[in-house]
Design a protein around this ligand. Structure first.
Ligand SMILES: C[S@@+](CC[C@H](N)C(=O)[O-])C[C@H]1O[C@@H](n2cnc3c(N)ncnc32)[C@H](O)[C@@H]1O
Length: 279
C-alpha cells in the first residue's frame, strides 16, 4: 500500500506525540501489572519525569515483554513502550526507594540504562513500516534509546497487511487513519477493492485503520492496543470489527473514548485494548 503523498491529512499518518504515546504505552503494558489509573487529561498535563517522580505503588511484569508496532512510523510508540517498561522495572531496583533522593535517582537511572540495553539486546522491540525513511528513523531511535547497536534490527520495512507478524506479547498500534470514502481517492480503487477482498467485513465507509484490528485477530495476537479515530467505534467501521467481540474471539479490556488529539489538530480519538479470549 504505497502512499502517493506523505502528508498526514491525505494518508492518515498521524505520528503520535510523546505525551500521548507514553500514556498509551503505559495503559497497554498495565495489563501485566497493577497501576493506579490516571485520567488522560492529568497524564497529558504532567510532563512525565519518571526518574524524579516518587515511587508508584505498583507491581511489575514477571519478565520483560516483547512489543510489536505493525505501523511503527518513526517509532514513537515503540520508544514509549521500551521506556515505560524500563521505568517499571527500574522502580524495583535495589535502592530505588532509598530515603536519600540522590541515591534513589541514581539507582533508578542505572537500572533503567541496563534494562533498556537488555530490551535492545534481546530484540524485544519489533516494528513494521512501509516507508523506508520512517523505518530508518525508528531503527536509529531504538539504538539511541537503548545504547544497543542491534536494537533496531527488528524494524522491518514491509507491508504489514501482507506479511506475517512476529509473535509478540503485545501489539501496540496507531495505524493509518483514512475514512472509507477517501480510501479510493488517496490509495486507488484497485487498493480499496483488494482491501475488501482481503477483509470482507470492511464494507461501506469503514476506516482503513480497521484493517489492522482484523489483521491482529488473523494473526491471533494475544493482546493488542489501538489508538484510533473515534469513528472506529461507530457505523461501518464498528460493524467491520464488532464480530470479533460478538463471537467472543476478543474482549475489550479497556477503552478510552472521545479525547482530543494533543496540539492544534481538531481530531477526536480513542484507545481500545483487546485481549484474545481463551479458546
Ligand atoms: C498513523 S502513522 C503512526 C506511526 C507511529 N505508529 C506513531 O504512532 O507515531 C501510521 C504509519 O503506518 C505506515 N503504514 C501505512 N500503511 C502501512 C502498511 N501497509 N504496512 C506498514 N506500515 C504502513 C505509514 O507509513 C505511517 O508511518
Amino acid at each position: 500500500m504505497r502512499a502517493k503523498k506523505s502528508d498526514r491529512q491525505a494518508h492518515g499518518a498521524w505520528m503520535t506525540p510523546t505525551s500521548l504515546a507514553t500514556h498509551f504505552a503505559r495503559r497497554a503494558l498495565s495489563r501485566w501489572i497493577e497501576l493506579p489509573s490516571e485520567p488522560l487529561g492529568e497524564r497529558l498535563r504532567l510532563a512525565p519525569d519518571p526518574l524524579s517522580a516518587p515511587p508508584r505503588p505498583l507491581g511489575m511484569p514477571s519478565r520483560l515483554l516483547s512489543v510489536l508496532d505493525p505501523a511503527c512510523g518513526e517509532g514513537a510508540l515503540l520508544v514509549a513502550a521500551a521506556s515505560e517498561m524500563a521505568d517499571m522495572f527500574a522502580l524495583g531496583a535495589p535502592d530505588a526507594e532509598h530515603a536519600d533522593e540522590e541515591v534513589r535517582i541514581s539507582a533508578r537511572r542505572e537500572a533503567r540504562r541496563l534494562i533498556l540495553r537488555d530490551i535492545g539486546r534481546l530484540g524485544l522491540i519489533r516494528g513494521i513500516e512501509l516507508d523506508p525513511g520512517r523505518a530508518a528513523v525508528a531503527r536509529a531511535s531504538l539504538v539511541a534509546l537503548t545504547g544497543e547497536p542491534t536494537a533496531g534490527d527488528r524494524i522491518l520495512c514491509a507491508d504489514s497487511l501482507e506479511r506475517a507478524w512476529p509473535k509478540s506479547d503485545l501489539v501496540i498500534a496507531n495505524p493509518p487513519w483514512l475514512g472509507g470514502m477517501r480510501i479510493s481517492g488517496q490509495l486507488g480503487d484497485a487498493f480499496r477493492k483488494s482491501l475488501v477482498r482481503r477483509f470482507p467485513t470492511m464494507r461501506g465507509t469503514s476506516n482503513l485503520a480497521v484493517a489492522w484490528i482484523l489483521k491482529a485477530a488473523e494473526q491471533r495476537c494475544e493482546r493488542a492496543s489501538f489508538l484510533m479515530p473515534i469513528g472506529i467505534s461507530q457505523g461501518d467501521s464498528r460493524q467491520a470489527w464488532s464480530p470479533l467481540i460478538r463471537d467472543k474471539e476478543y474482549v475489550i479490556v479497556e477503552a478510552e473514548k472521545n479525547f482530543a488529539w494533543p496540539g492544534d489538530a481538531a481530531v477526536t480519538c480513542c484507545m481500545v485494548h483487546l485481549d484474545r479470549c481463551a479458546t
